[in-house]
Each structure stands twice: as structure tokens, then as C-alpha cells.
Design a protein around this ligand. Structure first.
Ligand SMILES: [Zn+2]
Ligand SMILES: [Zn+2]
Length: 268
């Protein structure tokens, strides 16, 4: 291998290690912090009577591997941009970073929704099934995915650099937001139920993706309920469940039926 190729590979490896290290740090710091918070608020548990915690070590092992794939995608895209191989990013400023961050989150939500629905097709489901072994997800579940699952849902982090003139800092901020909000979304404890998390608002709270794990056939979106509302795939119990939480009824809308169904299908 010629010397300049070796330098290029060496430079890329440094970027990969930095990105992977940051993702692992965010994973463990967020996981430990949210676990401590949740331990002090048992009344906020969504699926009472189910213990998702018993899968913690399996999920941590799987997440450490999947975060390597996510890091590969994000760091390869960043490296390509830094070498001038992508479309040129806008100059970094408060408005370009804010605008591109917002646009990127909206675009990724659409990417994620359709990628996630693809993974639920019978021919593809085997790649997504390990993620669904957690019927009651925990903070450790978010990144627990197979390689193919991660390539589909996080392929965005490689492609976006080539189609959006996004300053690097905006996409790194997007990924940080995605990782932390995803971990909150899997944490199994509800802190964000409010009017702004239910119809007609496009925003969501933790119960949204929790229902995807317990109910299985609804709520495929990542950041918003937008695509699910457009495509008729919002869990019919979701808005009532959020209203229950708001009124201090601990999300008592019955989710036992779907959880029993999940148990019947042999999932944990
Ligand atoms: Zn799913
Ligand atoms: Zn999930």
C-alpha cells in the first residue's frame, strides 16, 4: 500500500476511534444517570410488573458492537466531508447550524420510519427481532441492534453528508440528540407526558416507543409521530395514555393485552 494511502487510512482510524469513544461515553454516562433517576421514581414506570432489566448485560454487549457500526457510518461520512469528497457544507454559523440541525432531524425521522417499517416486513424481521426481545425496554436497549438493523436505521449518518450541505458540528449535535433521546425513549419510565406529546402535536414522549415494544405493530417513528399519523400507524391507545399520565393516572391505559400477546410469541 503506497505511503499516502497508509496516511489516509491512519487519519480515518483516528476519526473512527474518537467518534466511537464519544458514542460509548454518551451511552454509559446516559445509561448510569437515567438508571439512578429511574430507581428514585418507581411510580413513573410504564410497564409495571415487567422487568426489562434482566436483559441488561445482553443489551450492553450488543450495543457496544452496534455503536461500532454507527461510529463507522458517521465517521466515514465526516471523513469524506473533511476531505472535500461530499457536497460542500455551509459555513458554520448560528443560523446554518440551527437550520441544518432541524432539517437533519426531520429528514432522519422519515428515513428511520421507512427503514424501521422495512425491518418489520417478514423477509427482514430476523435482523430486527433481537431488538424486540425486550418487550419492556430499558435505557440499555436503544442501541441493542444487529449489524444489518444498524446499517439500515443509521445508514443516514453516512448518506446525509453527500446530499445536505450540513456543517459537521450540526450533524454531531444531531447524533448526540438522537442517542440521548433514544435512550430516554427506551428507558421505560415516563417523565415527558404533556399536551405537546399528543395529538395534534407531532412531538412524542417515552410511552410512544415503549408501546412499539409492548404493542409491536405501531409507532415506528423516531423523533416525531408525524409519519405514523400520516400512515395510520399510531398506536390507538397512545394519545389516551399520554392524557392519563398528565392527570396523574400513571399511564394506566391497558397495555397488558399486547404484552401478553408478545409473551405468547415467546419474547421476553
Ligand atoms: Zn421495531
Ligand atoms: Zn426500540
Amino acid at each position: 500500500m503506497p505511503a499516502d494511502w497508509l496516511t489516509l487510512v491512519g487519519d480515518y482510524c483516528l476519526v473512527f476511534v474518537a467518534v466511537y469513544g464519544a458514542m460509548l461515553a454518551v451511552y454509559f454516562l446516559t445509561g448510569v444517570s437515567l438508571s439512578a433517576l429511574n430507581a428514585r421514581h418507581p411510580e413513573r414506570k410504564i410497564q409495571k410488573g415487567r422487568d426489562g432489566g434482566k436483559r441488561m448485560w445482553v443489551e450492553i454487549r450488543s450495543s457496544v458492537s452496534a455503536l461500532g457500526v454507527s461510529s463507522l457510518l458517521l465517521s466515514a461520512g465526516y471523513f469524506a466531508q473533511s476531505r472535500g469528497w461530499t457536497i460542500a457544507p455551509l459555513e458554520t454559523s448560528w443560523w446554518s447550524v440551527s437550520l441544518m440541525f432541524a432539517l437533519s432531524v426531520v429528514l432522519h425521522d422519515g428515513w428511520f420510519y421507512w427503514g424501521h417499517r422495512l425491518l418489520h416486513l417478514p423477509a427482514m424481521y430476523r435482523f430486527h427481532a433481537p431488538h424486540h426481545k425486550s418487550v419492556a425496554p430499558t435505557v440499555w436497549s436503544n442501541d441493542s441492534s444487529t449489524t444489518v438493523d444498524t446499517l439500515i436505521e443509521h445508514g443516514y449518518y453516512l448518506v446525509v453528508w453527500f446530499v445536505l450541505p450540513i456543517p459537521a458540528v450540526a450533524l454531531f449535535a444531531h447524533r448526540l440528540f438522537d442517542q440521548v433521546s433514544g435512550m430516554i425513549g427506551h428507558s421505560g419510565f415516563e417523565y415527558f407526558a404533556s399536551k405537546s406529546a399528543r395529538w395534534p402535536s407531532p412531538f412524542i414522549c417515552t410511552s410512544f416507543h415503549d408501546l412499539h415494544h409492548s404493542g409491536f405493530r405501531y409507532n415506528y417513528g423516531n423523533f416525531f409521530s408525524l409519519w405514523d399519523r400520516l400512515m395510520g400507524t399510531v398506536d390507538p391507545r397512545y394519545d389516551a395514555m399520554v392524557a392519563d399520565w398528565e392527570q396523574g393516572r400513571d399511564g394506566e391505559t391497558d397495555i397488558a393485552g399486547s404484552a401478553d400477546k408478545a409473551a405468547g410469541e415467546g419474547r421476553a
